[in-house]
Design a protein around this ligand. Structure first.
Ligand SMILES: [Zn+2]
Ligand SMILES: [Zn+2]
Length: 252
């Protein structure tokens, strides 16, 4: 399985993480924050499925913009998967014909459109070769982390969360688990703030890694740009944990 963090949009330091999206095997996106800012139009046209973990803008801002880029040439509909609450938020607050056209209500000349696909947390579903499991995590709005499993390898992506249990328990029980992608928004000195805002700092991240209890690499992402250097230094002290490099393809 190929996993790539897209976190760009900056002309400055390429290590900075701004908006959040992951691309898996070139065609599945987990979150859509930065898709049209980082991918070429032809790469955007390869994306068939988008899982949206929650309703915050840094995780979905790229979806309406990407659809505008590719809509005329889409041969197959783009499906957006999420829980009922997040689909409702997308529809009511983004694709509401005020902020952006409702791309789910009309087709292009090839009969393709945006399809909203509600999925239940903790009920696995398949997207081609991949089995997807949405697992509720602990954030300020309804949010799910994602476990993606191709039958040989599995990865767990935390989405935005503070200290949480279920996703790490399930990930730890998966014998194919090869990597963790864990958010780390704040430095340790702001641990209380991180907890309050539903995020992690390196010390809280380490607690999550220990809950998984497996010797697999953990890639930290969603690092707030203002604290990048501070967080990177703190992560250096944690065995098995590194900051995820934007636009680097991780083969797991
Ligand atoms: Zn969030
Ligand atoms: Zn976020």
């Amino acid at each position: 399985m190929k996993v790539k963090l897209l976190a760009g949009g900056s002309n400055g330091d390429p290590k900075e993480h701004y908006l959040t999206s992951f691309i898996i095997n070139d065609s599945l996106a987990v979150d859509a924050g930065s898709l049209p800012l980082v991918l070429s139009r032809s790469q955007q046209l390869l994306i068939r499925d988008v899982i949206i973990t929650h309703s915050h803008l840094d995780h979905l801002a790229g979806l309406p913009l990407m659809l505008d880029n590719i809509f005329a040439d889409m041969e197959i509909s783009v499906s957006a998967y999420s829980t009922k609450e997040t689909i409702a938020a997308l529809h009511d607050h983004i694709f509401n014909n005020v902020i952006w056209p409702d791309f789910s209500s009309f087709c292009n000349r090839l009969g393709a459109r945006l399809i909203f696909e509600e999925r239940q947390a903790l009920t696995p579903f398949r997207l081609g070769e991949l089995e997807i499991l949405l697992v509720p995590v602990n954030h300020t709005v309804p949010t799910c982390g994602v476990i993606v499993d191709d039958g040989q390898s599995a990865v767990a992506i935390s989405s935005d969360t503070t200290d949480t249990e279920e996703i790490w328990r399930i990930a730890g029980q998966n014998p194919r688990l090869k990597a963790l992608f864990m958010e780390c928004s704040y430095p340790n000195r702001l641990e209380r703030l991180a907890y309050l805002y539903g995020h992690l700092c390196p010390s809280l991240l380490l607690k999550q890694v220990q809950k998984v209890g497996k010797d697999v690499p953990c890639y930290a992402y969603h690092i707030k740009a203002a604290y990048l250097r501070e967080i990177m230094t703190e992560l250096e002290g944690l065995a098995g944990v590194v900051a995820a490099e934007p636009c680097v393809e991780y083969e797991v």
